[in-house]
Design a protein around this ligand. Structure first.
Ligand code: 5AD
Ligand code: SF4
Length: 440
């Protein structure tokens, strides 16, 4: 294909899977001769890689695109396009609202982007590619990474679980696992570039299954790669969480002692209507097993409040789980009805907006207190920190992460650079941040 000599700018919304997808898109476009720019004013092509998980995420993208519209008139911008999950979810509505966009492409069709863009330059018309492709894992595309200390590597795409609230199976298609070899190769190449922290990603990473090789086996193979200093993975589904997986973490000191395990709701009747595939007792038994095997593990979770039919009593059961389990951190969401999902079809979104907000605020406040108590337990300890960046607030300080994924801020000292590991003595904890100093 002839080169177009055009520049592009990409903004990413949503989860870590989208971060990787933007790196894949960037790689595909650069290989086709397009030039990446980090300032929208310099861009001929604008791409927003989007998330549809809650209505708020969709509204955010619409507002952002409207703000950017001006660049089509005053700047160098010629084409505005939308990628990712929204095109699959409500592409037609989006196009009606943003009539100036020229392009919508879903998560399995990024290879078509260079040709589509070329077509748009030719005919000035709108183009879209929204089909799913059960074969597409982008195994041969090396993601273009902007981060230099850590890399996300996607090992599986899509989802088969059909939690009744969730749009993912509809916007990213069915589960598909990458070949073991292509994952190991990507990890080795990434380490060869000097990146020592790697996160294996999947919508249900622990349901990875390539020709009978399951996630614990894959994780073990990745942990054994030379130069693999810190290995993480996300997101796990409680129903697929086995003791075997936890044993792999115990066995390999380079696997991070952090675990993200969404429980979503504390009430069994809500869990059942969510189609989560476990009871809260089973979930708590798994947490107990993890803590027994890995006493210093940091556990984080996701929660939805205001699911259809959630009563005050149901909500109090979520509160109880939070109080008893003492998560390091929790991401707490207000239920947002999604088109096509089973809960949208079968249940009435009957918890009022005010009540949903009240419940979310209540547990946010509670978790903030619990999280800080947990964080304070690190004060006085010496912990290994990977230096990730210069602190945004103070340029004489570094920001890094502990092995448990906790954020630490500390003064820079001679001889320590971004990408290095440092021993840091923790002096205090505030909010979700630890503060300390390097000990040599
Ligand atoms: N409404 C609110 N939160 C949702 N999540 C997924 N779907 C919805 C929805 N329809 C939350 C879940 C999931 C996290 C990524 O987003 O808690 O774990
Ligand atoms: Fe959002 Fe889900 Fe798409 Fe990730 S996969 S961007 S969370 S809708």
């Amino acid at each position: 294909m002839d080169k177009l000599n055009k520049t592009f700018y990409i903004e990413t919304y949503g989860c870590q899977m989208n971060t990787v997808d933007s790196e894949i898109v960037t790689s595909i476009l650069i290989s086709a001769g397009f030039k990446l720019v980090d300032d929208i004013k310099e861009a001929n092509i604008l791409l927003l890689n989007t998330c549809a998980i809650r209505e708020k995420a969709v509204e955010r993208v619409i507002n952002k695109m409207r703000q950017h519209k001006g660049f089509l008139k005053s700047g160098k911008l010629e084409i505005a396009g939308i990628l990712g999950c929204i095109p699959e979810h409500t592409g037609d509505e989006l196009k009606a609202k943003l009539d100036f966009i020229k392009l919508q492409v879903g998560p399995d069709k990024y290879r078509t982007l260079p040709q589509l863009i070329k077509n748009i330059y030719k005919d000035r018309k709108y183009h879209e590619e929204l089909d799913f492709d059960i074969e597409e894992n982008y195994e041969d595309v090396t993601p273009y990474r902007s981060e230099h200390t850590n890399a996300f590597i996607s090992v599986m795409r899509g989802c088969n679980n059909f939690c009744t609230y969730c749009v993912v199976p509809y916007v990213r298609g069915r589960e598909k696992s990458r070949t073991v070899d292509s994952i190991l190769d990507e990890v080795k190449n990434t380490i060869a570039q000097g990146i020592t922290e790697i996160t294996l990603l999947g919508q249900n990473v622990n349901s990875y299954n390539f020709e009978g090789i399951r996630f614990p086996e894959l994780l073990q193979k990745v942990a054994e790669i030379k130069g693999m200093e810190r290995l993480k993975f996300a997101t796990s589904h409680p129903k697929d969480l086995t003791e075997e997986l936890i044993d792999v973490i115990v066995k390999n000191p380079n696997i991070s002692n952090s675990f993200h395990l969404p429980f979503q709701a504390g009430s069994n009747s809500v869990l059942k209507r969510m189609n989560r595939g476990y009871t809260i007792e089973k979930y708590l038994a798994k947490i107990k097993m993890i803590r027994e095997k890995i006493p210093n593990i940091a556990i984080t979770t996701d929660i939805i409040v205001g699911f259809p039919g959630e009563t005050e009593d149901d909500f109090q059961q979520t509160v109880k789980v939070l109080k008893d389990t003492k998560f390091d951190n929790a991401f707490m969401f207000i239920y947002s009805e999604r088109k096509n999902t089973a809960s949208a079809k079968n249940f009435k979104d009957d918890v009022s907006k005010e009540e949903k907000s009240r419940r979310q605020q209540f547990i946010s406040k509670l978790q903030k207190k619990i999280g800080l108590v947990e964080l304070k337990k690190d004060v006085g300890k010496i912990t290994e920190v990977l230096i990730e960046s210069i602190s945004k607030k103070r340029d004489y300080q570094y920001k890094g992460r502990t092995e448990q994924n906790r954020i630490v801020v500390f003064d820079k000292i001679e001889g320590y650079n971004i990408g290095d590991y440092a021993k840091v003595k923790i002096k205090k904890a505030e909010g979700v941040t630890l503060f300390g100093e390097i000990v040599e």
